[in-house]
Write a protein that binds this ligand. Structure first.
Ligand code: AMP
Ligand code: MG
Length: 422
């Protein structure tokens, strides 16, 4: 059997990862600490919003009893109603400020710009006004519950709490929310060639770029990186680091490097020592074909990402992040379908994840361009991409205009802009 036939497709690989993954048990957090967390339960409003009928304008509150008033009508005015004051029942019209409760007995508001003040009282306040424009009954009144009724759903479970969601929670008096904990991750970069320290490289060394990249990308993806280390090319230090991470209760271990076929590719051996169940190792994908996925005793997940930066980026984005989504209680992502701006070619038999840019034409219509420099060791194109494009496993030639799957840089959604790529 040719090698490719025995390997899983990307869809099969992802399905095996997601199998039996359940959302983490919810935790309660005050909303001040809940920014960018994912709601575990729906939130219902405990209050009407607005909480009471109130004025949308600075002006005068009138009693129209369902009939429009006409320009020229004269009203006697008594007193005022300011924002924050408890409303009093009133016989006559009164001065009213924006946001002030509509007094009982009054039902419509005329803006101050649309009246002529005919007389003032002893304190210099308007005591009589004439309308300069017609006032429909109920004008400029914000009704209690018009935005949101008490008991109605404010936010659904699975919603990520951005500033806009905190706004509605604060507006409805919700002080605490049930959210998913951040999945806890340990990250281990392997390779004796890796240098973390600043300063000149010694012969044979390269900078550890995956470490800072993956720590940042994991935090951005909603995980908490509890431990990280750079380890030499031997199984014992990785085994010890994994054991201590497991003792800390982490849900995910991610390693980079040492999963290919080289002499120092010791991750499979380390997993055997840990008693792990290796679910797959390699599948029909580029870059990142030797990605390894295992379940550790106790249920933690192990992702062995290949060391090349683009391979580890693809492994994180398309295999680790779907697992994080499942732990956060989020549904699988749906790609955008966009037309290729230029023709593309590839060999059949493996899915190809490409660094890409979504570009807008003069009419604002989006298309996707594959970036030059797709070799998996190159890092500059990763910094210039604003999206990932997926060329399907069976495809060989794709004409310009073919629709392909496009994913944002982060699993939360697409955030494209038309800024200069450099
Ligand atoms: P490996 O998967 O260990 O065979 O590594 C594949 C390639 O990725 C080699 O050229 C490594 O030097 C490089 N590499 C491995 N780990 C890192 C890292 N943390 N940062 C940058 N490059 C790396
Ligand atoms: Mg290595």
């Amino acid at each position: 059997m040719p090698e490719a036939a025995s390997m899983l497709s990307v869809e099969e690989g992802r399905a095996r990862i997601l199998q039996s993954l359940a959302p983490l048990p919810a935790q309660l957090l005050p909303i001040e600490q809940a920014l960018y967390r994912v709601l575990a339960t729906e939130v219902e409003s405990r209050e009407d919003l607005p909480p009471f009928d109130n004025s949308a304008m600075d002006g005068f509150a009138l009693a129209l009893h369902g009939h429009a008033a006409q320009a020229g009508d004269v009203f006697e005015v008594q007193g005022e109603q300011a924002a924050g004051q408890a409303p009093q029942g009133r016989e006559a019209a009164c001065e009213i400020m924006t946001g002030a409760a509509l007094p009982a007995g009054l039902d419509s508001v005329v803006p101050v710009e649309q009246v002529e003040v005919l007389a003032h009282d002893g304190a210099g306040r308007p005591s009589s006004i004439r309308l300069q424009a017609a006032v429909p009954a109920g004008q400029h009144v914000r009704r209690a519950g018009e935005d949101l009724r008490r008991g109605a759903q404010v936010l659904a479970a699975g919603r990520r709490l951005g500033p806009q969601q905190l706004l509605v929670l604060a507006a409805t008096g919700c002080a605490e929310v049930a959210v998913r904990p951040r999945p806890r991750v340990a990250l281990f970069c392997t390779g004796r060639e890796l240098r973390d320290a600043p300063g000149a490289l010694e012969a044979g060394q390269i900078r550890n770029s995956n470490g800072p990249y993956l720590r940042a990308a994991l935090a951005a993806a909603g995980a908490e990186v509890r431990a990280h280390a750079t380890l030499p090319d031997e199984p014992e230090p990785l085994e010890a680091a994994c054991r201590s991470a497991l003792a800390d209760g982490i849900e995910l271990i991610i390693s980079t490097g040492a999963v290919s076929m080289g002499r120092y590719d010791f991750v499979p051996e380390t997993l055997a020592r840990l008693g792990a169940d290796t679910v797959f190792h390699k599948f029909r994908m580029r870059p990142g074909k030797p990605l390894l996925f295992a379940r550790l005793p106790g249920g933690a997940l192990y992702f062995g990402l290949p060391g090349n930066p683009a391979s580890s980026a693809v492994g994180l984005r398309f295999f680790v992040e779907p697992a994080l989504r499942a732990l956060l209680g989020l549904a699988p992502e749906l790609p955008l379908r966009l037309p290729l701006l230029e023709p593309a070619r590839k060999k059949s038999g493996f899915a190809l994840y490409q660094k890409a840019r979504v570009e807008l034409d003069a009419k604002g219509q989006a298309g996707v361009r594959l970036l030059p420099g797709q070799e998996s060791f190159k890092v500059l194109p990763i910094s210039r991409a604003n999206a990932w494009a997926l060329l399907p496993e069976q495809a060989e030639t794709l004409a310009a205009g073919s629709l392909i799957d496009v994913y944002g840089l982060e699993h939360w959604g697409l955030q494209f802009s038309s800024e200069n790529p450099t």
